[in-house]
Design a protein around this ligand. Structure first.
Ligand SMILES: Nc1nc2c(ncn2[C@@H]2O[C@H](COP(=O)(O)OP(=O)(O)OP(=O)(O)O)[C@@H](O)[C@H]2O)c(=O)[nH]1
Length: 727
């Protein structure tokens, strides 16, 4: 069905509109799989017009509160949430059943390219069962730890969840984290064991794991294959039977929670709302509890899964609302909306997301500053977990320091800026938020606080100004097959982690809990864990506050000039100063446990330590291998110099890359100069003439080296810290 037909639309007119839209926006957004049989290209055109112009409004009053179920699908990465959502959309007739329905709710280009969900998506399904028509509001959530904020927000609009677990992989770290989010929100949990069609599927043992870890009786698990559609109908029935309807009152004044929002450049903010009380319709004057600003509602509706305008939205329902909000301050996620002159007690809202990594973001060209500013503002409406502070750098000009929930989140945000807003940026080295406790009353007065948070390493205060430094820590959960436990523990110790707990979740799978310094896991811990466990171990973490740490600022210099954007804060391990006898004793006993000898006595070509990140096991290394890096700062400095060397293009002059702590150089690499063959034209000839030419070339290079501007490529900053492929 092509919705433009019958409304005075001709193919020609539609084409003109398409052309205008394309020219204005530069390109069309990637499209979800066409629904209701519409050709993909036509679905693009209909985005240019308000939903009201092209669709009949639906009457939502036919769904009484008792016939509404609001639920999320939660799971570990790749356990099949979006595939299950596809089947539920098909079963309820929301989309046509075609072979092309693959992760229909993953609408963003970045989601399609990376094959992961990064943004929670809502879909309202209409389903007839036992003679009653039900409204099932489904929210498909991301699985990756960086996007768990999306999960917790989605849960606020729900009364239950489908907890999907892969029948082959079993319970993984994000399964545990997501279960506890739902449990703490007191939601009904329906365990769904997916992928039973796989050859190695073992649904019975996964059932036992669910019983043991979550205390849910095994017979409550529904075993399905989302891919083949096996038993998916039972999931819908369980949603109706086991998830309670929302507890709301339609006769009370309006109380709507904004749990998500997106930005449309033609219509402004589209707020996703869950109505806890009352009714809302077009023309209503609503007030934001946060800004107290009054807005007139232009459109309300449900997502089916595309926008479907409705006459009204009623308490208990989940839908969208457009009210002419144009900027980020007017569209706060967690805000409560109420009717003008009918104030209500605001809903609790959400804990704001706590950024885990910060990085500087600058326009490639300063003339692009305003465009980039507006793009960042619009994208932060779509992704409220990003924090933005203004910043500037000598080399890169005016920009911002942005806070993200992890490195993947940072990369996805960057990719979305490029794909959705055509904005290219320079991103600087990511860092975690350290703290420093200031030592003197004068400093405290200057900074206006005793404890400052350092989100830019260039502003790291010297040791003389502080009484102590603090680093952020997280509580990490690792689930691994038992055979890898030893290696996993070694890796954790090398990352300065402290073990808190260890339990067997079945005969051969272990769940480990560690307190990690955030800095140790944020970049490549996950990759190391995956590689040492042949991909079987999974990892999730949550904030656990701060701990005292010995930190030092490490500068990176290119031909003697500090690259401010690459300044790094590193942990200075006690052993760098030789360590204590107790420390050395502990290391010896660890070596003993590994049946390994210290230093030169270790004759093994490969030993257990070498299977994982050797540079991180520096303490043990030093004891075993003479010449191993002396401390953490040395190994980090060396690694940064090496990676920078790989990403810097050769120039006409030599480039010295150095890592320094204060005035002490701790690592050095050299990028050799291109060498023009100045002797090419000398056929035979006098040796003194050749020497003269070579001398002149050397002098020229010396001069060039002094004035030469070393260009650091845009992606070099990320490459410097990130050695391996995407998480
Ligand atoms: N064999 C089999 N494969 C499945 C099944 N369900 C999902 N898959 C596959 O598993 C992969 C991941 O599926 P998704 O639905 O994207 O998983 P997800 O949990 O939504 O992933 P994220 O949103 O990135 O966390 C895809 O390749 C699916 O085709 C199933 O029942 N059987």
């Amino acid at each position: 069905m092509w919705t433009l037909v019958g409304r005075g639309w001709s193919h020609g007119r539609a084409l003109a509109v398409w052309a205008a839209g394309t020219a204005q926006r530069g390109r069309l957004e990637p499209l979800p799989t066409p629904t209701r049989g519409a050709p993909a290209e036509f679905r693009a055109w209909d985005r240019l017009y308000t939903s009201a112009e092209r669709k009949e409004k639906i009457d939502m009053s036919r769904f009484s509160v008792e016939n509404i179920r609001n639920f999320s699908i939660i799971a570990h990465v790749d356990h099949g949430k979006s595939t299950l959502a596809d089947r539920l959309l098909e079963l309820t007739g929301t989309i046509d059943k075609t072979k092309n329905n693959k992760q229909v709710l993953d609408k963003l280009q970045v989601e399609r390219e990376r094959g992961i969900t990064v943004k929670a998506q809502t879909a309202s399904l209409f389903y007839n069962w036992e003679g009653k028509q039900y409204l099932l509001n489904l929210i498909d959530t991301p699985g990756h730890v960086d996007f768990s904020y999306e999960v917790s927000r989605s849960l606020s609009a729900c009364q239950g969840v489908l907890l999907v677990v892969d029948a082959n992989e079993g319970i993984q770290a994000q399964t545990v984290a997501n279960f506890f989010l739902a449990f703490e929100a007191q939601l009904s949990v329906i365990p769904v064991i997916n992928k039973i069609d796989l050859k190695n599927a073992d649904p019975e043992s996964v059932e036992k794991q669910i019983e043991k870890v979550f205390d849910i009786p095994g017979d409550e698990c529904i075993k399905i294959s989302a891919k083949l559609g096996t038993n998916v109908e039972r999931v819908l029935q369980a949603v109706i039977e086991r998830i309670p309807p929302p507890k709301v009152h339609r006769i009370n004044p309006l109380r709507a929670l904004v749990f998500d929002s997106t930005f449309d450049q033609y219509r402004g903010v589209i707020a996703n709302v869950a109505l806890f009380d009352g009714v809302v319709s077009k023309g209503d004057k609503i007030v934001s509890a946060h800004t107290k600003k009054i807005h007139e509602v232009n459109e309300v509706g449900v997502l089916n899964p595309n926008e479907q305008p409705a006459h009204k939205l009623y308490a208990g329902q989940v839908g969208y609302l457009i009210a002419g909000m144009k900027d980020v301050t007017e569209a706060q996620i967690g805000d409560t909306l109420y009717l003008h002159k009918q104030p209500v007690e605001p809903l609790p809202g959400f804990k704001s997301a706590k950024p885990m990594v910060f990085a500087g973001m600058y326009p490639i060209d300063q003339s692009e500053y305003n465009n980039l500013k507006s793009a960042i503002e619009k994208l932060t409406i779509n992704d409220s977990s990003v924090t933005v502070h203004r910043d500037s750098s000598l080399a890169l000009g005016a920009g911002w320091r942005l806070g993200f929930l992890g490195l993947l989140h940072m990369e996805v945000f960057n990719q979305r800026l490029e794909q959705e807003y055509n904005a290219s940026v320079i991103l600087t080295t990511p860092t975690v938020p350290y703290k420093a406790v200031l030592s003197s009353a004068k400093l405290i007065k200057d900074y206006r606080e005793k404890e400052i948070t350092i989100i830019n390493p260039a502003q790291f205060p010297e040791k003389s100004k502080v009484t102590e430094y603090l680093e952020p820590v997280v509580l990490g959960t690792i689930i691994t097959p038992d055979e890898y436990t030893g290696k996993v523990m070694m890796l954790c110790q090398a990352r300065r982690a402290v073990q808190k707990n260890m339990i067997f979740i079945d005969q051969n799978r272990v769940m480990l809990k560690y307190i990690f310094p955030l800095n140790e896991i944020v970049v490549d811990f996950y990759d190391s864990l995956k590689s040492l466990s042949s991909g079987y171990a999974s990892f999730d973490y949550e904030d656990a506050g701060y701990q005292t740490a010995e930190l030092v600022k490490m500068d990176i210099l290119l031909n003697g000039n500090i690259v401010e954007e690459l300044v790094t804060i590193v942990h200075k391990e006690s052993a760098s100063r030789g360590g204590t006898e107790r420390g050395r004793q502990r290391i010896r006993s660890r070596l003993q446990a590994l049946s390994c000898q210290p230093r030169a006595q270790c004759g093994a070509e490969t030993c257990e330590l070498q299977d994982h990140d050797l540079s991180q096991s520096w303490k043990l290394n030093r004891l075993r291998h003479p010449g191993a890096p002396r401390d953490k700062a040395h190994s980090v400095g060396k690694a940064i110099c090496e990676r920078l060397k790989d990403s810097l293009p050769r120039q006409l002059f030599e480039i010295a890359i150095q890592a320094a702590i204060g005035s002490k150089i701790i690592a050095r690499e050299t990028v050799k100069a291109y060498r023009k063959n100045v002797l090419a034209k000398c056929y035979g000839g006098d040796i003194t003439r050749k020497m003269k030419l070579l001398k002149r070339q050397a002098e020229g290079k010396k001069k060039l080296r002094k004035v030469g501007n070393i260009e650091v490529p845009r992606d070099a900053f990320i490459k410097v810290l990130k050695t391996q492929s995407d998480k």
